[in-house]
Unconditional design. Sequence first.
Length: 152
Amino acid sequence: MTDEFECRHGFPPGINEVRPANHDDLVAARALAQEALIPADLVTFYDSIGDVTWADVGNGYFLGPASDALLRLQEYGAVDVGANQKGPGLVIGSNGGGLSYVASPDGSVHRTRTASLDEPELDKVGQDLRQFAELLEQSLTRFVADGEPGSF
C-alpha cells in the first residue's frame, strides 16, 4: 500500500489519523472552555478527540488539539468573525495550504480566504461542527476514491 501511494502521489504517506484525547488534551480543553466563548459541540469534540491529522489528503486537513487553540488564543487573541456574531472566533485547524478554520461562538465554522488572520475575510463552511466534520469526511472519501481532495 505504501509503494502504491508513493507511486501515485510522488511522496511517501504521512500521518493520517484521528487521535483520541488523552489526559493533557482534556486539561487543555477545560482551560480553553474557561478562557473563551466556544461552542458546546467543540467542547464535546475536545472531550473525545485529541486532534485530526490527514496529511495526505490534498495539502492536508488538520484540526489541532485544544492546547494549540488555547495557545493561539493566548498569544494572538481571538479572530473577528464579523459583526453579526455573538463573540470572537477560535482557530481550530487548517487546510494545510495556509487557510485556517475558525469556530464562531454560534457553532458555525468558517475558513479564511487568505493565510492572514489580521482582519480576515471568512467563508462559512459549516453551519456547525457536525456539518464541518461531514464535509471533511466527504473530502477524505473523495480523495481515497479518485485522488481529488476537493476545494474544502
